[in-house]
Structure formats: C-alpha cells, structure tokens
Design a protein around this ligand. Structure first.
Ligand code: EPU
Length: 431
C-alpha cells in the first residue's frame, strides 16, 4: 500500500501535457473484440484501469501488446466469452465488453459490476438497448449471460436514465449495433466526447454510424469490421484537474494536448471564480493571483458541468471568498470527499444531493483517505492548499485515472511525494 505526502503552500506553475483520455480509451479497447484484425491505439495512458481492461480482454482472447504509449490489440481466440467477477468488480467500465461480445460472438458471460462508492449504479439501460437488438440477457449466478443467434437485429430505441443519458450504455449499445442486420436508431444518446471518440474509431473500422456528437445516433449494421489505427484525444478531466489546481494555488498552469472546446463550461466556471483563462487550439492556461470567488455548480450531462470534476472544484471552493452551492445531478451520492475535506478544516454542509460550501481562510494538513478516483484527486489538490503536511492514503484509486500524478505535480512545483505506507504496529490485547 502506498501513500502520498503533500506539503501545502506552494503555487503550481509551468506546463504539463495531458495524457490520452481514460474514459475514451476503455471502450475503444473493447472495440477490438469486434474484429480479428489489429486495432492499434496511440497515446494510451499507463493507468490501472487500462491494465485492468487489458487483463479482461486477454481473458476474452484478445492479445494486448504495449510499446510505449501504443497499444496493439488483436483478437486471436474468439471462443472465450467470460469476463470474471474478480476483474469486473474492480472497474465498472468493464461492462462495455458486453455489447461487442454479443455482437461478434453471440454469447457473453459478464459479471454484474455491482455497486460503488457513488451508489447503486444500475445497468438497466445497457440491458434495455442490447435486449432490443435481440441479445436477451439474464442474470445467472451474478453474471449477465446471453446466448443469441447472430447477427443481432437493428432497432429503434430511447436510452434514458433518471438523470438523462448514459455514457457507457450508449457506447455499449452502439458496439452491439455495428454488426447488426439493419438500422439502429438511438434517441437520447449521451453526447460526451468519449462516446463520439469510440464512434469515430468504430467508423474507421468500417462501421456506419451517423449523428456522432449529437443526441440521436443512427447505426447501419455491416457484416464485418476491420482493423484500424487511432490516436486518443487528450483527457479533458485530467487537464481540468491541473487547471483548477493552478487556479486554487494562485499559480499559472498551462496544459497542452487538450481540446478546449470540450471544456467550455469548466473554463467559464474558472473565469467566474476570478481566474484568467487563455486558450489556443490545443492548449489552455489558467492564472490566478488572489482568492477565488464562490460559484454555484450543478453537474449535468455533457456539455454541462462534468460530475468527474465536482470534487476538484469543491476543494477550490473550500477556500473561496464566500458561499457556494454544489449540486450533484448525475450521481447524487458522489460526496465521499466531503468528510475528508472536513478533516482538513473545510466548512461544508451536505443536504441531499447538495453541498453548501462556506469558504474558510485556510485548510490545515491531516491524514485523509482516498475513496474513489476523482475524490482522491480532490484530496491531493486540498493537500497543496493546506498548511502543513497532508497524508493521502489508499492512493491506488488515483492511479486508476491519473498517470504519475505525484511526479507531474512535482514538476509544476507541488511538494508531493509517494512512499510506502508503513505497517501499523499493534499492541496485542490480553483480553
Ligand atoms: N444509469 C442508470 N442506468 C444505467 C446506466 C446509468 O440509471 O443503465 C444512471 C447512473 O446511475 C447515473 C447516470 O445514469 O446516475 C449516468 O451514468 P452513466 O451511465 O453515464 O455513467 P457511466 O457510463 O457508468 C461514465 C464514466 C464516469 C462518469 C460518468 C458520467 C467511464 C468509464 N466512466 O460512467 O467516469 O462519471 O460516465 O459522466 O466512462 C470517472 O472517470 O471517474 C468516472 C466515474
């Protein structure tokens, strides 16, 4: 077990390159199940989630080879169709092998992902869409099981959750539909850039998907797909994490290799908070030289404010000059970071899916526990702000989605180091 030790009180300053998008690369890797030709992905970040997906794909007969940041995936054994609990339970995104498996192999046995720290996280929309394509799925022994006659059949559908649309359900169903006979029309498709990126890769593999980037996707099934080569786009969430870190430490941070048009609402929020934002075609710079102003934030589906940045922005608001209200509309229970921020001296009151954040003049370092990926990033940023030392435990969460975060923050001037968590000496009780 490792921990991060963060010494607060430094400004972040300098340039950092965004890595390839985690949430785009995972479904793009799963797309390799749809062809027996190589799928070559460039600019693939070295993250725990990418390794987990590679392990799952290896179990499903896909050879995954990494050379630097290039990952070559090739399906060599289409007879295997089980994604086991031990791997799926560590990463919900593994559910996106379901669509390609039923489409390409006519059978799937994929562990139900189970809950996570942000609540129940149902998969009903994944099942609804794939069922409409003719892949009847049942739950058997904790696994989603399907055995169908291929090809699946195109269908019209509305994919809706209580909170709007679903990112991975949209991608999963699209991957189910690309090899189906006839036309599939998905209304209320998620518009997140990661969905569009998976569609672009599929189109370069020979799929016919139109309406990419919009709420209505049309998929005209084709009999087979071929291999392709694709360069992943920059991770918008990682980029914005560095930018908000720059703003809250009154620093000056430039992130390169990111598309500013994917972060419009986030950049507006940073400007409203008083940071100066400059942008080029593929870079962003944020500077701040005084206390940030409070803002109200409501998370929404793209192009709204991303839930994946809620925790990091809440940290910045903890030391803003006034009161902010943060409303979580995508995952109403995604507030695990609040209790840890309170340990650092923040003033936050949680009421249902809202947190009322009253800015305080300073935070003070303490031991905190990372609970999920974005909450851990928020705690590292909080450590940079806090006076004294902050110890962040369970940092394996952060390695799921941020590559070498400690080294990259250190290169920006943050005093962050990684070390082994010492074993706790316990005195046996003679009860
Ligand atoms: N939902 C349902 N039924 C479903 C699917 C989703 O009710 O069948 C609900 C969810 O419970 C949630 C809402 O719909 O309330 C939206 O969830 P969505 O399905 O869009 O989330 P996801 O696809 O499972 C992806 C990202 C998450 C990100 C969300 C929302 C990946 C690998 N994960 O998850 O990323 O928070 O979209 O944008 O793409 C992260 O990177 O830290 C992360 C959690």
């Amino acid at each position: 077990m490792e921990r991060l030790m963060v010494q607060g009180g430094t400004r972040l300053e300098g340039r950092v390159a965004a890595g390839g998008s985690k949430n785009a690369v995972l479904p793009c890797m799963a797309a390799a199940l749809l062809t027996d030709e190589p799928v070559v992905l460039h600019r693939v970040p070295d993250l725990r989630d990418v390794r987990t997906m590679a392990q799952i794909l290896e179990r499903l007969g896909v050879r995954c080879e990494r050379d630097g940041s290039t990952l070559t995936l090739q399906c060599t054994d289409p007879s295997r169709s089980e994604a086991p609990y031990d791997l799926v339970s560590t990463m919900r995104a593994s559910i996106c092998v379901l669509g390609p498996l039923v489409a390409a192999r006519g059978e799937a046995r994929v562990s139900m992902p189970g809950g996570c720290v942000f609540g129940v996280r149902p998969v009903d929309q994944h099942l609804k869409g794939l069922n409409l394509l003719g892949a009847e799925l049942r739950v058997d022994g904790g696994y989603l099981v399907s055995q169908v006659r291929r090809p699946l059949k195109g269908a019209d559908m509305f994919l809706g959750t209580r909170f709007g649309s679903s990112v991975l359900a949209t991608t999963n169903v699209v991957m189910g539909a690309v090899l189906a006979r006839g036309l599939t029309c998905i209304e209320n498709a998620a518009m997140e850039p990661e969905v569009s990126e998976a569609c672009r890769l599929l189109n370069s593999m020979g799929a016919h998907i139109s309406g990419v980037g919009g709420h209505k996707l049309l998929v005209e099934g084709v009999p087979r797909l071929h291999g392709a080569e694709h360069v992943m786009s920059g991770d918008r969430i990682e980029a914005a994490t560095f930018l908000v870190g720059g703003a809250m430490t009154r620093g000056d941070v430039t992130v390169t290799g990111v598309d500013p048009t994917q972060l419009t609402v986030v950049l507006e929020t940073l400007s409203e908070m008083g940071a100066a934002v400059d942008r080029g075609q593929d870079w962003l710079r944020v500077r701040a030289d005084g206390p940030l102003r409070p803002v109200d934030i409501t998370t929404m589906a793209y192009p709204g404010f991303p839930t994946d940045l809620q925790a990091q922005f809440m940290t910045a608001l903890c030391v803003a000059d006034g009161i902010s209200v943060v409303t979580e509309r995508i995952f109403p229970d995604r507030f695990m970071h609040v209790a840890e921020l309170l340990r650092l001296g923040a003033d936050i009151r949680k009421e249902g899916p809202q947190a009322i954040v009253k800015g305080v003049p300073r935070l003070s370092g303490a031991i905190v526990m990372a609970s999920d990926l974005r909450a851990s990033a928020a705690l590292v940023l909080a450590g940079l702000l806090a006076e004294g030392e902050t110890e962040i435990r369970r940092v394996y969460h952060i390695d799921r989605g941020y590559e070498r975060i400690d080294e990259r923050l250190a290169a920006l001037g943050g005093r962050v180091r990684r070390e082994a968590q010492p074993k706790v000496e316990s005195t046996p009780l003679d009860w």
